[in-house]
Ligand binder design. Structure first.
Ligand code: ATP
Ligand code: MG
Length: 556
Protein backbone atom coordinates (compact mmCIF):
# COMPACT_ATOMS: atom_id res chain seq x y z
CA UNK A 1 0.00 0.00 0.00
CA UNK A 2 1.37 3.42 -0.88
CA UNK A 3 2.13 5.69 2.06
CA UNK A 4 -0.66 8.12 1.20
CA UNK A 5 -3.30 5.39 1.21
CA UNK A 6 -2.24 3.81 4.45
CA UNK A 7 -4.82 3.65 7.15
CA UNK A 8 -3.95 5.64 10.22
CA UNK A 9 -4.92 4.84 13.79
CA UNK A 10 -3.57 5.21 17.31
CA UNK A 11 -1.67 1.92 17.14
CA UNK A 12 0.08 2.87 13.92
CA UNK A 13 0.95 6.22 15.51
CA UNK A 14 2.60 4.42 18.43
CA UNK A 15 4.52 2.24 16.02
CA UNK A 16 5.64 5.15 13.89
CA UNK A 17 6.86 6.92 17.03
CA UNK A 18 8.71 3.78 18.19
CA UNK A 19 10.43 3.54 14.82
CA UNK A 20 11.23 7.25 14.65
CA UNK A 21 12.54 7.30 18.21
CA UNK A 22 14.72 4.25 17.63
CA UNK A 23 12.95 2.08 20.23
CA UNK A 24 12.63 -0.59 17.53
CA UNK A 25 14.32 -1.06 14.21
CA UNK A 26 11.90 -3.64 13.04
CA UNK A 27 8.28 -4.20 13.98
CA UNK A 28 7.14 -7.68 14.83
CA UNK A 29 3.45 -8.47 15.36
CA UNK A 30 1.49 -11.71 15.60
CA UNK A 31 -2.03 -13.00 15.10
CA UNK A 32 -2.78 -15.50 17.89
CA UNK A 33 -6.03 -17.43 17.34
CA UNK A 34 -7.13 -20.27 19.56
CA UNK A 35 -7.88 -23.23 17.24
CA UNK A 36 -11.30 -23.89 18.78
CA UNK A 37 -13.46 -22.76 15.87
CA UNK A 38 -13.42 -21.04 12.50
CA UNK A 39 -12.29 -17.48 12.04
CA UNK A 40 -14.92 -14.78 11.69
CA UNK A 41 -15.00 -11.24 10.37
CA UNK A 42 -13.93 -9.98 13.82
CA UNK A 43 -10.72 -11.96 13.49
CA UNK A 44 -10.26 -10.38 10.07
CA UNK A 45 -10.02 -7.02 11.81
CA UNK A 46 -7.16 -8.33 13.93
CA UNK A 47 -5.52 -10.05 10.95
CA UNK A 48 -5.65 -6.95 8.77
CA UNK A 49 -4.31 -4.86 11.63
CA UNK A 50 -1.41 -7.18 12.53
CA UNK A 51 -0.39 -8.28 9.05
CA UNK A 52 -1.10 -4.86 7.58
CA UNK A 53 1.27 -3.20 10.05
CA UNK A 54 4.03 -5.70 9.30
CA UNK A 55 3.52 -5.14 5.59
CA UNK A 56 3.45 -1.35 5.74
CA UNK A 57 6.44 -0.92 8.05
CA UNK A 58 8.70 -3.60 6.61
CA UNK A 59 8.18 -5.82 9.63
CA UNK A 60 7.09 -9.36 10.29
CA UNK A 61 3.91 -10.98 11.49
CA UNK A 62 3.66 -14.48 12.95
CA UNK A 63 0.70 -16.79 12.97
CA UNK A 64 0.61 -18.37 16.40
CA UNK A 65 -1.91 -20.91 17.56
CA UNK A 66 -2.78 -20.18 21.13
CA UNK A 67 -3.36 -23.84 21.94
CA UNK A 68 -3.27 -24.29 25.68
CA UNK A 69 -6.74 -25.73 26.10
CA UNK A 70 -6.61 -29.32 24.82
CA UNK A 71 -10.31 -30.04 25.32
CA UNK A 72 -11.80 -27.56 22.89
CA UNK A 73 -9.16 -27.48 20.19
CA UNK A 74 -8.63 -29.47 17.05
CA UNK A 75 -6.35 -29.70 13.99
CA UNK A 76 -9.40 -29.24 11.77
CA UNK A 77 -9.48 -25.66 13.05
CA UNK A 78 -5.73 -25.23 12.67
CA UNK A 79 -5.95 -26.07 8.98
CA UNK A 80 -9.03 -23.92 8.41
CA UNK A 81 -7.40 -20.93 10.10
CA UNK A 82 -4.28 -21.22 7.94
CA UNK A 83 -6.42 -21.38 4.82
CA UNK A 84 -8.42 -18.33 5.88
CA UNK A 85 -5.36 -16.20 6.64
CA UNK A 86 -3.81 -17.09 3.27
CA UNK A 87 -7.06 -16.45 1.48
CA UNK A 88 -7.24 -12.99 3.05
CA UNK A 89 -3.98 -12.33 1.26
CA UNK A 90 -1.39 -12.70 3.99
CA UNK A 91 1.66 -14.86 4.48
CA UNK A 92 3.03 -15.27 7.99
CA UNK A 93 6.73 -14.95 8.72
CA UNK A 94 6.72 -17.68 11.32
CA UNK A 95 4.15 -20.34 12.13
CA UNK A 96 4.14 -21.24 15.82
CA UNK A 97 2.11 -23.01 18.42
CA UNK A 98 2.07 -21.91 22.04
CA UNK A 99 2.44 -25.63 22.70
CA UNK A 100 5.91 -25.39 21.08
CA UNK A 101 6.87 -23.53 24.24
CA UNK A 102 5.48 -25.93 26.84
CA UNK A 103 8.96 -26.94 28.01
CA UNK A 104 10.21 -23.36 28.14
CA UNK A 105 7.04 -22.24 29.90
CA UNK A 106 7.58 -24.94 32.47
CA UNK A 107 11.12 -23.72 33.06
CA UNK A 108 9.91 -20.12 33.48
CA UNK A 109 7.36 -21.38 36.01
CA UNK A 110 10.17 -23.09 37.89
CA UNK A 111 12.07 -19.78 37.81
CA UNK A 112 9.10 -18.03 39.44
CA UNK A 113 8.89 -20.75 42.12
CA UNK A 114 12.60 -20.41 42.80
CA UNK A 115 12.18 -16.67 43.22
CA UNK A 116 9.37 -17.28 45.70
CA UNK A 117 6.85 -15.82 43.24
CA UNK A 118 4.74 -18.88 42.55
CA UNK A 119 3.31 -21.68 44.71
CA UNK A 120 1.39 -24.89 44.42
CA UNK A 121 -2.07 -24.42 45.87
CA UNK A 122 -4.32 -27.27 47.03
CA UNK A 123 -7.57 -25.28 47.20
CA UNK A 124 -10.38 -26.70 45.09
CA UNK A 125 -11.61 -24.58 42.16
CA UNK A 126 -14.64 -23.55 44.27
CA UNK A 127 -12.43 -22.52 47.18
CA UNK A 128 -10.13 -20.57 44.89
CA UNK A 129 -13.16 -18.61 43.71
CA UNK A 130 -14.35 -18.06 47.25
CA UNK A 131 -10.93 -16.87 48.44
CA UNK A 132 -10.59 -14.49 45.51
CA UNK A 133 -12.97 -11.93 47.03
CA UNK A 134 -15.07 -9.53 44.98
CA UNK A 135 -14.64 -6.20 43.26
CA UNK A 136 -15.48 -4.48 46.55
CA UNK A 137 -13.83 -6.89 48.96
CA UNK A 138 -10.21 -8.01 49.05
CA UNK A 139 -9.45 -11.70 48.73
CA UNK A 140 -7.99 -13.98 51.35
CA UNK A 141 -4.60 -15.61 51.12
CA UNK A 142 -4.49 -19.30 50.40
CA UNK A 143 -3.28 -21.42 53.34
CA UNK A 144 -0.77 -22.94 50.89
CA UNK A 145 0.72 -19.61 49.94
CA UNK A 146 3.75 -19.87 52.16
CA UNK A 147 4.98 -23.29 51.20
CA UNK A 148 8.75 -23.50 50.92
CA UNK A 149 10.46 -23.21 47.57
CA UNK A 150 11.62 -26.83 47.90
CA UNK A 151 8.14 -28.14 48.59
CA UNK A 152 6.72 -26.10 45.68
CA UNK A 153 9.40 -27.37 43.29
CA UNK A 154 8.73 -30.92 44.36
CA UNK A 155 4.94 -30.64 44.06
CA UNK A 156 5.12 -28.86 40.70
CA UNK A 157 7.42 -31.56 39.34
CA UNK A 158 4.98 -34.21 40.55
CA UNK A 159 2.04 -32.32 39.01
CA UNK A 160 3.88 -32.63 35.73
CA UNK A 161 4.56 -36.30 36.37
CA UNK A 162 0.83 -36.95 36.63
CA UNK A 163 0.72 -37.85 40.32
CA UNK A 164 -2.33 -35.72 41.20
CA UNK A 165 -5.89 -35.78 39.87
CA UNK A 166 -7.46 -32.97 37.86
CA UNK A 167 -8.55 -30.03 39.97
CA UNK A 168 -6.59 -31.12 43.05
CA UNK A 169 -3.77 -28.59 42.69
CA UNK A 170 -2.79 -25.54 40.69
CA UNK A 171 0.31 -23.45 40.35
CA UNK A 172 -0.43 -19.83 41.24
CA UNK A 173 1.52 -16.61 41.01
CA UNK A 174 2.15 -14.97 44.36
CA UNK A 175 1.15 -11.36 43.74
CA UNK A 176 -1.44 -9.57 45.87
CA UNK A 177 -4.74 -10.94 47.17
CA UNK A 178 -5.85 -7.40 48.01
CA UNK A 179 -5.18 -5.93 44.59
CA UNK A 180 -8.08 -3.91 43.20
CA UNK A 181 -7.39 -5.75 39.95
CA UNK A 182 -8.87 -9.23 40.35
CA UNK A 183 -6.44 -10.60 37.77
CA UNK A 184 -3.58 -9.85 40.18
CA UNK A 185 -5.02 -11.86 43.08
CA UNK A 186 -2.67 -14.80 42.82
CA UNK A 187 -3.81 -15.87 39.34
CA UNK A 188 -3.57 -19.50 38.31
CA UNK A 189 -0.59 -20.24 36.06
CA UNK A 190 -1.03 -24.00 35.56
CA UNK A 191 -3.84 -26.50 35.90
CA UNK A 192 -3.92 -30.30 35.74
CA UNK A 193 -5.62 -31.93 32.74
CA UNK A 194 -4.77 -35.61 32.94
CA UNK A 195 -5.92 -37.81 30.11
CA UNK A 196 -6.34 -34.92 27.70
CA UNK A 197 -4.92 -35.59 24.26
CA UNK A 198 -3.51 -32.41 22.82
CA UNK A 199 -3.67 -32.04 19.02
CA UNK A 200 0.02 -31.10 18.88
CA UNK A 201 1.68 -32.63 21.94
CA UNK A 202 -0.48 -35.74 22.39
CA UNK A 203 -0.28 -37.11 25.93
CA UNK A 204 3.15 -35.66 26.67
CA UNK A 205 1.73 -33.14 29.14
CA UNK A 206 -0.84 -33.41 31.87
CA UNK A 207 -0.44 -29.85 33.14
CA UNK A 208 -1.38 -26.93 30.93
CA UNK A 209 -0.37 -23.26 31.28
CA UNK A 210 -3.03 -20.53 31.44
CA UNK A 211 -3.46 -17.87 28.77
CA UNK A 212 -2.19 -15.04 31.00
CA UNK A 213 1.07 -16.88 31.60
CA UNK A 214 1.50 -18.32 28.11
CA UNK A 215 0.73 -15.25 26.08
CA UNK A 216 3.37 -12.77 27.31
CA UNK A 217 6.06 -15.45 27.25
CA UNK A 218 5.15 -16.63 23.74
CA UNK A 219 5.26 -13.01 22.58
CA UNK A 220 8.66 -12.48 24.21
CA UNK A 221 10.15 -15.70 22.82
CA UNK A 222 9.16 -14.67 19.31
CA UNK A 223 10.56 -11.17 19.70
CA UNK A 224 7.16 -9.55 19.25
CA UNK A 225 7.42 -5.77 19.60
CA UNK A 226 3.71 -4.88 19.78
CA UNK A 227 1.19 -7.36 21.10
CA UNK A 228 -2.20 -6.18 19.86
CA UNK A 229 -5.30 -7.57 21.51
CA UNK A 230 -8.90 -6.64 22.18
CA UNK A 231 -10.11 -4.38 24.99
CA UNK A 232 -11.21 -7.12 27.36
CA UNK A 233 -7.51 -7.79 27.97
CA UNK A 234 -6.83 -4.29 29.23
CA UNK A 235 -7.29 -5.51 32.83
CA UNK A 236 -4.88 -8.34 32.12
CA UNK A 237 -2.07 -6.02 31.01
CA UNK A 238 -0.66 -5.60 34.57
CA UNK A 239 -0.34 -9.39 34.73
CA UNK A 240 1.20 -9.54 31.24
CA UNK A 241 3.81 -7.07 32.42
CA UNK A 242 4.26 -8.74 35.82
CA UNK A 243 5.08 -12.09 34.20
CA UNK A 244 7.69 -10.56 31.91
CA UNK A 245 9.16 -8.41 34.69
CA UNK A 246 9.77 -11.43 36.91
CA UNK A 247 11.25 -13.99 34.55
CA UNK A 248 14.41 -13.81 32.48
CA UNK A 249 12.49 -12.89 29.34
CA UNK A 250 14.44 -12.10 26.17
CA UNK A 251 12.39 -8.92 25.61
CA UNK A 252 9.31 -7.15 26.87
CA UNK A 253 6.67 -6.62 24.16
CA UNK A 254 4.15 -3.84 24.60
CA UNK A 255 0.52 -4.91 24.83
CA UNK A 256 -1.93 -2.50 23.22
CA UNK A 257 -5.67 -3.03 23.28
CA UNK A 258 -8.24 -2.06 20.66
CA UNK A 259 -12.02 -2.42 20.35
CA UNK A 260 -13.52 -5.64 19.04
CA UNK A 261 -15.56 -5.57 15.91
CA UNK A 262 -19.26 -6.12 16.44
CA UNK A 263 -21.58 -6.38 13.45
CA UNK A 264 -25.32 -5.85 13.47
CA UNK A 265 -27.70 -8.77 12.88
CA UNK A 266 -25.11 -11.43 13.56
CA UNK A 267 -23.13 -13.03 16.37
CA UNK A 268 -19.39 -13.00 16.56
CA UNK A 269 -18.15 -15.35 19.23
CA UNK A 270 -16.88 -18.78 18.30
CA UNK A 271 -19.02 -20.23 21.05
CA UNK A 272 -22.22 -18.82 19.56
CA UNK A 273 -21.19 -19.68 16.02
CA UNK A 274 -20.50 -23.24 17.14
CA UNK A 275 -23.98 -23.32 18.63
CA UNK A 276 -25.53 -22.27 15.30
CA UNK A 277 -23.68 -25.11 13.56
CA UNK A 278 -24.33 -27.74 16.20
CA UNK A 279 -28.03 -26.95 16.56
CA UNK A 280 -28.41 -27.14 12.79
CA UNK A 281 -29.58 -23.56 12.25
CA UNK A 282 -27.08 -23.23 9.41
CA UNK A 283 -25.57 -25.75 7.02
CA UNK A 284 -22.11 -25.57 8.54
CA UNK A 285 -19.22 -23.23 9.31
CA UNK A 286 -19.15 -22.18 5.68
CA UNK A 287 -22.86 -21.49 5.35
CA UNK A 288 -22.97 -18.28 3.27
CA UNK A 289 -25.04 -16.57 5.98
CA UNK A 290 -22.33 -17.08 8.59
CA UNK A 291 -19.99 -14.19 9.47
CA UNK A 292 -17.11 -16.65 9.28
CA UNK A 293 -14.35 -16.10 6.74
CA UNK A 294 -15.30 -19.48 5.25
CA UNK A 295 -18.94 -18.38 4.98
CA UNK A 296 -18.09 -15.02 3.46
CA UNK A 297 -15.76 -16.72 0.98
CA UNK A 298 -18.44 -19.20 -0.08
CA UNK A 299 -20.96 -16.39 -0.30
CA UNK A 300 -18.67 -14.61 -2.77
CA UNK A 301 -16.96 -11.90 -0.74
CA UNK A 302 -13.52 -11.00 -2.09
CA UNK A 303 -10.44 -10.86 0.15
CA UNK A 304 -9.86 -7.28 -1.05
CA UNK A 305 -13.32 -6.19 0.06
CA UNK A 306 -12.82 -7.64 3.54
CA UNK A 307 -9.43 -5.95 3.89
CA UNK A 308 -10.96 -2.72 2.68
CA UNK A 309 -13.83 -3.02 5.14
CA UNK A 310 -11.42 -3.63 8.02
CA UNK A 311 -9.45 -0.54 7.10
CA UNK A 312 -12.57 1.57 6.75
CA UNK A 313 -14.03 0.72 10.15
CA UNK A 314 -10.78 1.82 11.73
CA UNK A 315 -9.11 0.89 14.97
CA UNK A 316 -10.01 2.69 18.18
CA UNK A 317 -10.44 2.07 21.88
CA UNK A 318 -14.19 2.61 21.78
CA UNK A 319 -16.52 -0.37 21.46
CA UNK A 320 -19.28 -0.03 18.95
CA UNK A 321 -21.38 -1.90 16.47
CA UNK A 322 -20.89 -1.62 12.75
CA UNK A 323 -23.83 -1.76 10.34
CA UNK A 324 -23.94 -4.69 7.97
CA UNK A 325 -24.31 -2.09 5.22
CA UNK A 326 -20.64 -1.13 5.62
CA UNK A 327 -19.51 -4.65 4.82
CA UNK A 328 -21.93 -4.87 1.92
CA UNK A 329 -20.80 -1.54 0.51
CA UNK A 330 -17.18 -2.72 0.47
CA UNK A 331 -17.91 -5.83 -1.56
CA UNK A 332 -20.34 -4.00 -3.83
CA UNK A 333 -17.67 -1.46 -4.72
CA UNK A 334 -15.07 -4.12 -5.36
CA UNK A 335 -17.35 -6.24 -7.52
CA UNK A 336 -18.66 -3.25 -9.42
CA UNK A 337 -15.12 -2.80 -10.67
CA UNK A 338 -14.11 -6.41 -11.10
CA UNK A 339 -17.13 -8.62 -11.78
CA UNK A 340 -18.07 -9.40 -15.39
CA UNK A 341 -21.68 -8.67 -16.30
CA UNK A 342 -24.10 -11.45 -17.16
CA UNK A 343 -27.83 -11.79 -17.65
CA UNK A 344 -29.98 -14.02 -15.47
CA UNK A 345 -33.75 -13.97 -15.14
CA UNK A 346 -34.75 -14.76 -11.58
CA UNK A 347 -38.53 -14.71 -12.02
CA UNK A 348 -39.06 -15.76 -15.63
CA UNK A 349 -41.99 -14.53 -17.75
CA UNK A 350 -42.07 -15.86 -21.30
CA UNK A 351 -42.02 -13.42 -24.20
CA UNK A 352 -42.75 -14.45 -27.78
CA UNK A 353 -41.23 -12.07 -30.33
CA UNK A 354 -43.83 -12.56 -33.03
CA UNK A 355 -41.83 -11.04 -35.91
CA UNK A 356 -38.68 -12.98 -35.08
CA UNK A 357 -38.20 -16.03 -37.36
CA UNK A 358 -38.85 -19.39 -35.77
CA UNK A 359 -35.72 -21.50 -35.35
CA UNK A 360 -33.37 -18.54 -35.83
CA UNK A 361 -30.52 -18.18 -33.29
CA UNK A 362 -28.67 -14.89 -33.46
CA UNK A 363 -25.34 -14.49 -31.73
CA UNK A 364 -24.66 -11.04 -30.31
CA UNK A 365 -21.47 -9.68 -28.74
CA UNK A 366 -22.05 -8.35 -25.26
CA UNK A 367 -19.37 -6.43 -23.35
CA UNK A 368 -18.33 -7.97 -20.04
CA UNK A 369 -18.07 -4.61 -18.35
CA UNK A 370 -19.60 -1.28 -19.31
CA UNK A 371 -16.60 0.75 -18.10
CA UNK A 372 -13.73 -1.63 -18.72
CA UNK A 373 -13.12 -2.64 -22.30
CA UNK A 374 -10.12 -4.71 -21.30
CA UNK A 375 -12.52 -7.20 -19.76
CA UNK A 376 -13.62 -8.20 -23.26
CA UNK A 377 -16.98 -9.56 -24.29
CA UNK A 378 -18.98 -12.76 -24.49
CA UNK A 379 -21.69 -14.02 -26.80
CA UNK A 380 -25.37 -14.00 -25.99
CA UNK A 381 -28.02 -15.73 -28.08
CA UNK A 382 -31.31 -14.26 -29.17
CA UNK A 383 -34.24 -16.44 -30.24
CA UNK A 384 -37.96 -15.99 -30.90
CA UNK A 385 -38.85 -16.99 -27.35
CA UNK A 386 -37.10 -15.32 -24.46
CA UNK A 387 -37.61 -14.77 -20.75
CA UNK A 388 -37.75 -11.46 -19.02
CA UNK A 389 -38.28 -10.85 -15.33
CA UNK A 390 -41.90 -10.69 -14.20
CA UNK A 391 -41.14 -7.45 -12.36
CA UNK A 392 -40.09 -5.84 -15.64
CA UNK A 393 -43.62 -5.78 -17.05
CA UNK A 394 -46.74 -3.93 -16.05
CA UNK A 395 -49.87 -3.57 -18.08
CA UNK A 396 -49.75 0.12 -17.40
CA UNK A 397 -47.57 2.42 -15.36
CA UNK A 398 -46.60 6.06 -15.25
CA UNK A 399 -43.52 7.50 -16.97
CA UNK A 400 -41.26 6.80 -14.04
CA UNK A 401 -41.54 3.08 -14.70
CA UNK A 402 -38.57 2.50 -16.98
CA UNK A 403 -39.55 -0.99 -18.06
CA UNK A 404 -42.00 -2.71 -20.35
CA UNK A 405 -45.70 -1.78 -20.50
CA UNK A 406 -48.44 -2.71 -22.95
CA UNK A 407 -47.80 -0.67 -26.09
CA UNK A 408 -44.50 0.58 -24.71
CA UNK A 409 -40.95 0.04 -25.96
CA UNK A 410 -37.83 -1.02 -24.07
CA UNK A 411 -34.38 -2.10 -25.10
CA UNK A 412 -33.31 -5.66 -24.51
CA UNK A 413 -29.82 -5.30 -23.05
CA UNK A 414 -27.16 -5.97 -25.70
CA UNK A 415 -29.84 -6.45 -28.38
CA UNK A 416 -32.81 -4.77 -30.07
CA UNK A 417 -35.77 -2.83 -28.82
CA UNK A 418 -38.97 -4.64 -28.01
CA UNK A 419 -42.57 -3.39 -28.20
CA UNK A 420 -45.29 -5.16 -26.22
CA UNK A 421 -48.53 -5.91 -28.05
CA UNK A 422 -50.43 -8.27 -25.79
CA UNK A 423 -50.41 -9.86 -22.36
CA UNK A 424 -51.88 -13.36 -22.24
CA UNK A 425 -53.47 -14.38 -18.94
CA UNK A 426 -54.62 -17.65 -17.42
CA UNK A 427 -58.02 -18.32 -15.82
CA UNK A 428 -56.89 -16.67 -12.59
CA UNK A 429 -55.98 -13.51 -14.45
CA UNK A 430 -52.26 -14.03 -14.02
CA UNK A 431 -50.06 -13.05 -16.92
CA UNK A 432 -48.45 -16.16 -18.41
CA UNK A 433 -46.93 -14.85 -21.61
CA UNK A 434 -46.28 -11.61 -23.48
CA UNK A 435 -46.55 -11.22 -27.22
CA UNK A 436 -44.21 -8.57 -28.51
CA UNK A 437 -42.43 -7.51 -31.68
CA UNK A 438 -38.94 -6.19 -32.11
CA UNK A 439 -37.42 -3.51 -34.33
CA UNK A 440 -34.59 -5.06 -36.41
CA UNK A 441 -33.14 -1.58 -37.06
CA UNK A 442 -32.23 -0.90 -33.46
CA UNK A 443 -29.13 -2.96 -32.85
CA UNK A 444 -26.65 -0.48 -31.39
CA UNK A 445 -28.82 2.51 -32.27
CA UNK A 446 -31.99 4.20 -31.11
CA UNK A 447 -35.25 4.07 -33.05
CA UNK A 448 -36.11 7.30 -34.83
CA UNK A 449 -38.87 9.41 -33.37
CA UNK A 450 -39.85 6.95 -30.65
CA UNK A 451 -39.03 7.02 -26.99
CA UNK A 452 -37.54 3.91 -25.39
CA UNK A 453 -38.44 3.68 -21.71
CA UNK A 454 -35.41 1.84 -20.46
CA UNK A 455 -33.26 -1.26 -20.71
CA UNK A 456 -34.18 -4.69 -19.37
CA UNK A 457 -32.28 -7.95 -19.23
CA UNK A 458 -33.43 -11.20 -20.83
CA UNK A 459 -32.35 -14.75 -21.59
CA UNK A 460 -33.22 -16.93 -24.59
CA UNK A 461 -35.79 -19.57 -23.65
CA UNK A 462 -34.16 -22.30 -25.72
CA UNK A 463 -30.48 -21.31 -25.34
CA UNK A 464 -30.63 -20.26 -21.71
CA UNK A 465 -29.57 -22.62 -18.96
CA UNK A 466 -31.51 -23.51 -15.81
CA UNK A 467 -29.79 -22.74 -12.55
CA UNK A 468 -30.54 -22.37 -8.87
CA UNK A 469 -30.10 -19.06 -7.13
CA UNK A 470 -29.83 -18.64 -3.37
CA UNK A 471 -30.90 -15.27 -2.08
CA UNK A 472 -29.54 -14.49 1.34
CA UNK A 473 -30.76 -12.05 3.90
CA UNK A 474 -29.53 -11.34 7.43
CA UNK A 475 -29.33 -14.40 9.64
CA UNK A 476 -31.02 -12.76 12.65
CA UNK A 477 -34.08 -10.61 12.89
CA UNK A 478 -32.69 -8.50 15.75
CA UNK A 479 -29.70 -6.15 15.48
CA UNK A 480 -27.88 -7.50 18.53
CA UNK A 481 -28.75 -11.17 19.09
CA UNK A 482 -26.05 -11.60 21.73
CA UNK A 483 -27.79 -9.04 23.96
CA UNK A 484 -31.16 -10.84 23.92
CA UNK A 485 -32.36 -13.26 26.58
CA UNK A 486 -34.05 -15.64 24.15
CA UNK A 487 -32.16 -18.69 22.85
CA UNK A 488 -30.30 -17.97 19.61
CA UNK A 489 -32.54 -20.32 17.66
CA UNK A 490 -35.56 -18.14 18.36
CA UNK A 491 -33.92 -14.98 17.07
CA UNK A 492 -33.24 -16.20 13.57
CA UNK A 493 -34.68 -14.50 10.53
CA UNK A 494 -37.00 -17.12 8.99
CA UNK A 495 -36.40 -15.60 5.54
CA UNK A 496 -32.61 -15.61 5.63
CA UNK A 497 -32.50 -18.00 2.67
CA UNK A 498 -34.73 -18.04 -0.36
CA UNK A 499 -34.04 -20.59 -3.08
CA UNK A 500 -35.30 -19.86 -6.60
CA UNK A 501 -35.04 -21.69 -9.91
CA UNK A 502 -33.92 -19.32 -12.64
CA UNK A 503 -32.68 -19.13 -16.22
CA UNK A 504 -29.21 -17.80 -16.96
CA UNK A 505 -27.43 -16.91 -20.17
CA UNK A 506 -25.41 -19.73 -21.75
CA UNK A 507 -22.00 -18.27 -20.83
CA UNK A 508 -22.79 -18.83 -17.14
CA UNK A 509 -22.90 -22.60 -17.61
CA UNK A 510 -19.09 -22.49 -17.74
CA UNK A 511 -18.64 -20.34 -14.64
CA UNK A 512 -15.74 -21.53 -12.52
CA UNK A 513 -16.48 -22.56 -8.93
CA UNK A 514 -16.33 -19.41 -6.84
CA UNK A 515 -16.41 -17.13 -9.88
CA UNK A 516 -18.26 -13.86 -9.33
CA UNK A 517 -20.54 -11.90 -11.63
CA UNK A 518 -22.90 -9.03 -11.70
CA UNK A 519 -26.26 -10.32 -12.84
CA UNK A 520 -27.35 -7.15 -14.53
CA UNK A 521 -29.99 -5.22 -12.62
CA UNK A 522 -30.15 -7.97 -9.95
CA UNK A 523 -27.01 -7.97 -7.87
CA UNK A 524 -23.69 -9.72 -7.47
CA UNK A 525 -23.58 -13.48 -7.54
CA UNK A 526 -20.99 -16.17 -7.06
CA UNK A 527 -21.04 -19.73 -8.32
CA UNK A 528 -21.27 -21.92 -5.24
CA UNK A 529 -18.04 -23.88 -5.08
CA UNK A 530 -19.40 -26.67 -2.90
CA UNK A 531 -22.37 -27.43 -5.17
CA UNK A 532 -20.10 -27.13 -8.21
CA UNK A 533 -18.26 -30.23 -6.98
CA UNK A 534 -21.45 -32.17 -7.71
CA UNK A 535 -21.73 -30.45 -11.07
CA UNK A 536 -24.66 -28.33 -9.88
CA UNK A 537 -25.08 -24.82 -11.20
CA UNK A 538 -25.93 -22.81 -8.11
CA UNK A 539 -25.31 -19.11 -7.61
CA UNK A 540 -25.19 -17.37 -4.24
CA UNK A 541 -26.22 -13.77 -4.05
CA UNK A 542 -23.29 -11.91 -2.55
CA UNK A 543 -25.08 -8.60 -2.26
CA UNK A 544 -27.87 -6.71 -3.97
CA UNK A 545 -27.40 -3.70 -6.20
CA UNK A 546 -28.80 -0.52 -4.82
CA UNK A 547 -32.32 -0.51 -6.16
CA UNK A 548 -33.02 3.07 -7.14
CA UNK A 549 -36.46 2.13 -8.42
CA UNK A 550 -37.61 1.03 -4.97
CA UNK A 551 -36.67 4.49 -3.68
CA UNK A 552 -38.44 6.28 -6.51
CA UNK A 553 -41.55 4.20 -5.97
CA UNK A 554 -41.67 5.10 -2.28
CA UNK A 555 -41.61 8.80 -3.08
CA UNK A 556 -44.55 8.60 -5.46
P1 ATP B 1 -14.09 -15.65 20.16
O1 ATP B 1 -14.86 -15.21 21.34
O2 ATP B 1 -14.77 -15.39 18.88
O3 ATP B 1 -13.57 -17.04 20.29
P2 ATP B 1 -11.49 -14.86 20.83
O4 ATP B 1 -10.96 -13.51 21.13
O5 ATP B 1 -11.58 -15.85 21.94
O6 ATP B 1 -12.85 -14.67 20.09
P3 ATP B 1 -9.17 -15.85 19.57
O7 ATP B 1 -9.03 -17.01 18.67
O8 ATP B 1 -8.59 -15.95 20.91
O9 ATP B 1 -10.71 -15.53 19.66
O10 ATP B 1 -8.71 -14.52 18.84
C1 ATP B 1 -7.56 -14.35 18.08
C2 ATP B 1 -7.32 -12.88 17.94
O11 ATP B 1 -8.40 -12.27 17.25
C3 ATP B 1 -7.20 -12.21 19.29
O12 ATP B 1 -6.11 -11.32 19.25
C4 ATP B 1 -8.51 -11.49 19.45
O13 ATP B 1 -8.38 -10.37 20.23
C5 ATP B 1 -8.88 -11.17 17.99
N1 ATP B 1 -10.32 -11.05 17.85
C6 ATP B 1 -11.25 -11.98 18.14
N2 ATP B 1 -12.49 -11.50 17.94
C7 ATP B 1 -12.35 -10.23 17.50
C8 ATP B 1 -13.27 -9.20 17.12
N3 ATP B 1 -14.58 -9.38 17.16
N4 ATP B 1 -12.75 -8.01 16.71
C9 ATP B 1 -11.43 -7.83 16.67
N5 ATP B 1 -10.52 -8.75 17.02
C10 ATP B 1 -10.97 -9.95 17.43
MG1 MG C 1 -10.73 -17.28 22.82
Amino acid sequence: MSEQNRPTNFIRQIIEADLAGGKHEKIHTRFPPEPNGYLHIGHAKSIVLNFGIAEDYGGECNLRFDDTNPHKEDVEYVEAIKEDVRWLGYQWSGLYYASDYFEQLYQFAVELIEKGLAYVCDLTPEQVREYRGTLTEPGRESPYRNRSVEENLDLFRRMRAGEFPDGSRTLRAKIDMASPNMNMRDPTLYRIRRGAIHHQTGDEWCIYPMYDFTHPISDALEGITHSLCTLEFEDHRPLYDWVLDHISAPCHPRQIEFARLNLEYTVMSKRKLTQLVEEGHVEGWDDPRMPTIAGLRRRGYTPASIRDFCNRIGVTKVDGTVEMGMLEAAVREDLDRTAPRRMAVLDPLKVVITNYPEGKVETLEAPNHPKDEAMGSRRVKLTREIYIDRADFRESANKKYKRLVLGGEVRLRNAYTLICDEAIKDDQGEIVELRCHYDPDTLGRNPEGRKVRGVIHWVSASEGVPAEVRLYDRLFRVPNPAAEDAPLGELLNPDSLQVVQVVVEPALADAAPGERFQFEREGYFCRDAVEAEQGKLVFNRVVTLRDSWAKVEKKE
